[in-house]
Design a protein around this ligand. Structure first.
Ligand SMILES: *Cc1c(COP(=O)(O)O)cnc(C)c1O
Length: 413
């Protein structure tokens, strides 16, 4: 018998805050369509990650996962730095008052390099020889030091995960074979200081043991290269890539990771800092995407719920080809003088408002009851949700962006 996937029935303080803010949104009149970010959930997660890392580690946040000002503002005081990869991200990061920046991205323009250097960038993760020459030139013109980590696409990288970026042919990083030339160039360019290596390799890895092995192997490799090329190593940046289990199952086990990380720390040369640049793992849980059911129908024997919203707001399930779980938030208000369409005890596909059959967020999910006017609420939408979506396809209104403040600053009821 095939396993039935049921709509979720979330509980807990975070869900209460999120459903409260959504119920208030219902009272505003227009069909509900909103992202909700819960800053308490965010801060609790950051603290959990911090305590899993040791004092030899630094935690950076990769801004591309979620650049909402409230999210960045909440994170600015909690992490050691922001990883940025565009002019817009540099500006967003600087606006929070964050001073430690790492600049990434495979196509850094001169303007990006200059803006980052003017903002006192802590690390430029350089991805090619040409980029290195340009960074060296711009630093010399501006009269500032250019702190560089070489992003290397190593020959081997055996890390599981959804999007591989290293250990394979990709547009990222310097091929390992170019390393001697790149290091020589760093020494030859007067403005450049070679600080270390950057080895971001994967996305959405759920295996804590494997991730710790990757970090340990990265540290050993960096130490070896530093010794071979006589580099005064000062940072090893192992990037991000820790994942969340979108379709259920066990998540990334922080306690296991923390324990297994000790092997990497033991190999870390004296005075070297180990940088993590996490995106998804910090913010995914702190975001929900909610959309009102505008219609229910049955075609060719299959049931569909149709949303005021869709993949132009939350593209992740369509981009990665999976069915994203959701919860039904019942809404009692009904504004028409005729019967309210509803379904009971069946499997349904949840589609969006776009005029394409690709606009589907979840398939064959069991719902006990679903009515037009109820809300479908998708958890784990805080990372790569709004950010990666095609917002203006079909020119529908954008979702509201709602923020639940952290518990310490929330006003009493
Ligand atoms: C995207 C990215 C990250 C963050 O990745 P997550 O999978 O969200 O943790 C970190 N570093 C670099 C260079 C990236 O491109």
């Amino acid at each position: 018998m095939p396993l039935t996937v049921r709509a979720q029935q979330p509980r807990g303080a975070a869900w209460e805050r999120v459903s409260d803010i959504l119920q208030r949104q219902v009272d505003n009149g227009e069909p509900v369509c909103a992202y909700v970010y819960d800053l308490e959930t965010l801060l609790v997660q950051v603290q959990a990650v911090r305590s899993a890392l040791t004092r030899r580690c630094e935690l950076y946040y990769a801004v591309k996962a979620n650049g909402h000002p409230a999210v960045l503002g909440a994170l600015a005081g909690q992490v050691d730095g922001f990883e940025v990869a565009s002019l817009g991200e540099i500006d967003k990061a600087v606006a929070t008052g964050m001073v430690r920046l790492a600049l990434g991205g495979p196509a850094k323009t001169d303007a990006q390099l200059a803006r980052a250097l003017q903002a006192g960038v802590d690390l430029i993760n350089v991805e090619s020889l040409h980029e290195l020459r340009r960074a060296g030139l711009i630093g010399a013109q501006l009269g500032v030091r250019v702190p560089v980590a070489l992003r290397v696409n190593r020959r081997h990288s055996a890390l599981p995960g959804q999007l591989r970026m290293a250990g394979a042919a990709t547009q990222f990083g310097l091929d390992e074979g170019l390393l001697p030339e790149a290091i020589g160039l760093c020494h030859a360019l007067p403005a450049v200081t070679l600080r270390g290596f950057h080895l971001h390799a994967v996305s959405n890895n759920l295996d804590a043991q494997a991730h710790a092995r990757f970090v340990t192997d990265s540290v050993a490799w960096c130490a070896q290269q530093a010794a071979r090329h006589r580099i005064d190593l000062d940072v090893i940046d192992v990037g991000g890539g820790i994942g969340v289990p979108y379709t259920g199952g066990d998540g990334f086990d922080l306690a296991t990771f923390s324990q297994a990380l000790k092997a990497a720390i033991n190999r870390l040369p004296d005075r070297v800092r180990l940088i993590f640049e996490l995106g998804r793992f910090l913010v995914a849980q702190a975001g929900w995407y909610a959309a009102e059911i505008i219609d229910l129908k049955r075609t060719h024997g299959r049931h569909f719920a149709i949303l005021r919203g869709g993949t132009h707001h939350f593209r992740l399930p369509a981009a990665w080809g999976y069915s994203h779980p959701f919860a039904v938030l019942p809404v009692e208000r009904w504004r028409y003088p005729f019967d309210r369409p509803e379904v009971h005890g069946l499997c349904i596909d949840v589609a969006g408002e776009l005029c394409t059959p690709r606009d589907v967020l979840a398939r064959q999910i069991w719902v006990d009851r679903l009515r037009v006017g109820d809300l479908a609420v998708f958890p784990l939408a805080g990372a790569y949700g709004w950010e990666i979506s095609h917002h203006d396809f079909l020119s529908h209104p954008h979702p509201a962006q709602l923020v639940c403040p952290p518990a310490s600053t929330a006003s009493p009821p």
